[in-house]
Write a protein of this length. Structure first.
Length: 528
């Protein structure tokens, strides 16, 4: 909600102490409210408008509706691997004695996915080692297959002396962002396998101690909040289906009328940046307008799956695979769909990875730049035929009247417009109370006239038409100003042919604008 505040600064003479009666006098005031230029120029570099070779605007309603990256398809759960060992009997541990355990394998639980390699973009390992002997122990923790820039993951810890029931503990939290993790196991032919290796050395400067069967050396490595930006393997026959909404906000204030658009085409692009074969189905496209009327896009392609080849290339040479569904007047109701002027658009979809199974031999790949997108494109000349197309918006309003003091007695709002857009605009004001009830209706004395009724200005080669529109406030309206808390501004747009007066399709020239000045003319009565 916007707010219109009317501020009138009055300089009143000092009151004479000997005056017995109030003095009244009238004065005329003109107060500027708005001085602005409504133009398309600042939108030329936006994704919505461009200028074609003929010097007219064209409309580009390209919107990316779905944009999925690796996190939509692969999620690494928090995983804790535990490696422990004991000697299975009694052993005298001398200073500097080392015990080395073999590499152990641990399964990463990612249902339906067979990962062979990943790269961590963000995450940590919380390491904890447990020492059950009564001397300091030095732990060397290795995670084979985990490396950064070719350097293997090896960490050393010193754990204090402990006992079997109360082991000495050392802990650390390690950032593993940027680490590569090979998940093919010891033999290199597996998947989803994490590895660990542990070496323990007693304190070279400590005492000899006995190691018993119940004494267990242990390491815990907890992988937390792992995010990845690269994965290789077989990602399974994953299926995702949903609906998504997107809004065209400029259409939110339409309340009546129709619009005629030129023959147009809507394209739906399905873009596959994953090195994974996929199948995509657009199950529904619909929009709902200001009256609640819904129009669904009807065409043979709706509900029919399209198959997407995997992307090609690699890290810096990745090339997307794209399928395009085109809807025009020969195969769909695209004109009816667009002319419904829907604010809310809804798209239903289903995306299936690897519809043919594991045909890549475990060489599915997703890179940091890999995206799976669905994009809607509607490009057309900005040629519009408007017939009573009506927009309405509501503003707060607050003017306090004091009939015993200085107050407004009569007045009008005056709109001066220089219009270079081939649209006429008739405006009506609805004066409402706090609850939104209409108290008064004020209709402009004439519409803002279409530029087609004007002449060409050689300074910018634009045809322009000047108009003055008055909104006269009656005495009754003035008396009710205290009650008016909201003003609804309703504008009816038409595209009349200057010869026939009939509404026709009009192209919008590059640089088109409407310069407006709104001012208030009031007669004030000062009472002192």
């Amino acid at each position: 909600m916007k707010k219109i505040a009317l501020y009138v600064l009055l300089i009143l003479p000092l009151m004479m102490s000997c005056r017995k009666e109030k003095t009244n006098w009238d004065s005329d005031w003109v107060a500027p409210i708005v001085n602005d230029t409504l133009t398309f120029k600042n939108l030329v570099n936006d994704s919505t408008l461009a200028i074609n070779g003929s010097g007219f605007y064209e409309l580009d309603l390209t919107r990316t509706i779905i944009d999925f990256g690796i996190d939509k398809f692969i999620t690494i759960p928090d995983t804790t691997i535990i490696q422990d060992f004991n000697v299975g009997g009694s052993l005298n541990i001398t200073p500097g004695f080392s015990i080395v355990n073999q590499v152990e394998e641990h399964t990463l639980n990612v249902d339906g996915i067979q990962l062979k390699k990943i790269r961590v973009s963000n995450g940590s390992i919380r390491l904890k080692v447990f020492n059950p002997i009564e001397t300091i122990a030095f732990f060397t923790v290795q995670l084979p297959g985990v490396s950064k820039n070719g350097v293997p993951f090896i960490e050393n810890y010193q754990a204090p002396a402990g006992t079997s029931s109360a082991p000495g503990i050392a802990m650390a939290v390690l950032d593993i962002s940027g680490y590569d993790i090979d998940l093919t196991g010891v033999n290199g032919g597996e998947f989803n396998i994490l590895q660990s290796k542990l070496q323990v050395t007693s304190d070279p400067n400590g005492p000899s101690v006995m190691l018993n069967a119940q004494d267990v050396f242990k390491v815990e490595a907890a992988f937390k909040d792992i995010k990845i930006d690269y994965a290789r393997g077989y990602f399974g026959n994953l299926s995702i289906s949903d609906t998504t909404d997107y809004l065209l906000e400029p259409l939110a204030n339409l309340v009546a009328g129709t619009i005629d658009l030129p023959s147009s085409t809507i394209q739906i692009e399905v873009i596959n940046g994953l090195k994974v074969g996929a199948k995509a189905t657009i199950s529904m496209v619909k929009n709902t307008n200001y009256t609640g009327n819904t129009v669904s896009l009807s065409a043979p392609q709706i509900g029919t799956p399209v198959f997407l080849d995997p992307a090609t290339g690699s890290w810096s040479t990745l090339v997307n695979s794209t399928e395009v569904l085109a809807f025009d007047q020969t195969n769909s109701n695209v004109e009816q769909y667009l002319e419904n002027l829907g604010k809310k658009h809804t798209l239903g979809y289903k995306i299936e990875l690897n519809p043919w199974g594991n045909v890549s031999g475990g060489w599915n790949e997703i890179f940091p730049t890999s995206r799976l997108k669905v994009r809607i494109k509607a490009q057309m000349p900005l040629s519009v035929g408007a017939d009573g197309l009506t927009l309405r918006d509501t503003f707060d309003f607050d003017v306090n009247q004091n009939q015993q003091g200085t107050h407004i007695e009569s007045g009008e709002l005056v709109l001066n417009a220089s219009n270079a857009i081939p649209l006429s605009a008739g405006a009506t004001l609805f004066l409402m109370d706090e609850a939104g009830n209409v108290i008064h209706i004020v209709t402009g004395t004439s519409p803002v006239k279409s530029s087609k009724l004007g002449t060409v200005d050689p300074s910018d080669n634009l045809q322009k038409m000047n108009s003055e529109v008055s909104f006269v406030l009656t005495e009754t309206m003035i008396l009710d100003l205290d009650l008016i808390k909201k003003v609804a501004v309703q504008v009816e747009l038409n595209t009349p042919n200057p010869s026939s007066g009939l509404n026709e399709m009009m192209s919008i020239p590059a640089g088109a604008f409407m310069a407006v000045k709104l001012k208030a003319r009031f007669k004030l009565r000062a009472v002192v």
